[in-house]
Design a binder for this molecule. Structure first.
Ligand SMILES: [Zn+2]
Length: 354
């Protein structure tokens, strides 16, 4: 049975105002921030390592632009330490919050900015997931899946810094990107089976950022990943989520699988690695060419088997079995299959994940 598609009663799109992608441009960040929001004082959230690499250049640049700053170190991304950082940042009395780092610092800064109703700027120093430009955060101890915060007012990227980050982070970013093709198919299912709102523009934009990785993977295998291409694709995916007003175009059953693993085996595998492996299995369930997903991930140097990320078969089976229950309202291919541990193992084996 096919329902008519329900129009959304109200749909707010919040988009980044300015996105800069440059090379060796970290020393110009002060200028960027000044033009964007003209703040007197900013609060920065970063990890220890990133602070060491960027502190001097960022500080000098901010001072040149007459912007005062206070740095905060994010130790872990659990809700308790995020609350502590939020408490400290509130006392800064700053006009803008900057997340500078990989996933964790950007996520924490984004959530704090949302809670304190301040504008937020994202300065990613690795390209491991699409949270760089999206309005969503995943903080441990919150919900098992990502929650809506605020879209960044600006995104500032220095490709040179991202090039120096570990290779597996960039490969993980590709896993998060190919996932979009699973997510969009799940979204179409939701539209067809429940009449859920489906945004074609957002869906196409998210698919396009996955296709660019799929279509160029042969070249990436030969010459290595093109950092700028991956960064642009991840930003586009984040913008697709902004346009959709939900994570729908970038997060389907493969993300539910990844979130289930976050819960069952915290610390095993990176977000994008788990989404990539999940995508191979969900592609098979959806009737997509799962071998194409496997090949792309291999080409970019991302893991395609449970063993490669240190995941055992029992945990994998459990994750597949509980995944849909983590977010019952989100219609995915897993709604159409009564997943059991036995079926889960068979699926993983048939797609060479096990
Ligand atoms: Zn993701």
């Amino acid at each position: 049975m096919r329902f008519h598609q329900k129009p959304m009663s109200s749909h707010t799109m919040e988009l980044p105002r300015q996105i800069v992608i440059g090379e060796k441009n970290i020393g110009k960040v002060g200028n960027f921030i000044a033009n964007l929001a003209n703040p007197k004082k900013v609060s920065l959230v970063s990890g220890d390592r990133v602070r060491k690499i960027t502190y001097e250049k960022v500080e000098r640049s901010l001072t040149d632009s007459k912007i005062k700053s206070v740095w905060h170190i994010s130790i872990s991304n659990d809700i308790k330490s995020a609350k502590k950082t939020q408490h400290d940042i509130r006392k800064d009395n700053s006009d803008l919050i900057i997340g500078i780092g990989g996933g964790r610092s950007v996520d924490i800064a984004k959530m704090i900015a949302f809670n304190l109703k301040r504008p937020f700027v994202s300065i990613p120093t690795s390209a491991s997931h699409d949270g760089i430009a999206s309005p969503f955060v995943s903080i441990q101890g919150n919900k098992p899946h990502s929650v809506t915060a605020t879209a960044p007012l600006g995104v500032f990227v220095d490709i040179e810094i991202i090039k120096k980050a570990p290779k597996k982070l960039l490969a993980s970013g590709c896993g998060d990107l190919v996932a979009n093709l699973i997510a969009v198919r799940d979204w179409e299912l939701g539209r067809d089976k429940t009449g859920e709102y489906f945004g074609r523009y957002a869906a196409n934009l998210a698919s396009m950022s996955a296709d660019i990785i799929m279509e160029n993977s042969n070249m990436f295998a030969k010459r290595g990943l093109d950092v700028r291409v991956v960064v642009e694709a991840l930003i586009s995916a984040g913008v697709a989520a902004c346009i959709a007003g939900s994570s729908r175009p970038c997060s389907g059953a493969e993300h539910l699988f990844s979130h289930a693993l976050d819960r069952l085996a915290p610390g095993v595998g990176l977000h994008g690695e788990k989404c990539g492996i999940g995508s191979i299995m969900m592609a098979k369930l959806q009737g997509q060419d799962w071998k194409k997903f496997e090949k792309t991930l291999k080409d970019v140097g991302a893991p395609t088997t449970a063993k490669q990320i240190g995941l055992d078969s029992d945990t994998l089976a459990k994750a597949l079995t509980i995944a849909q229950d983590l977010r019952p309202e989100r219609y995915t291919i897993l709604k159409e299959i009564k997943m059991t541990p036995k079926k889960a193992i068979a699926l993983a084996k048939s797609t060479r994940v096990l």
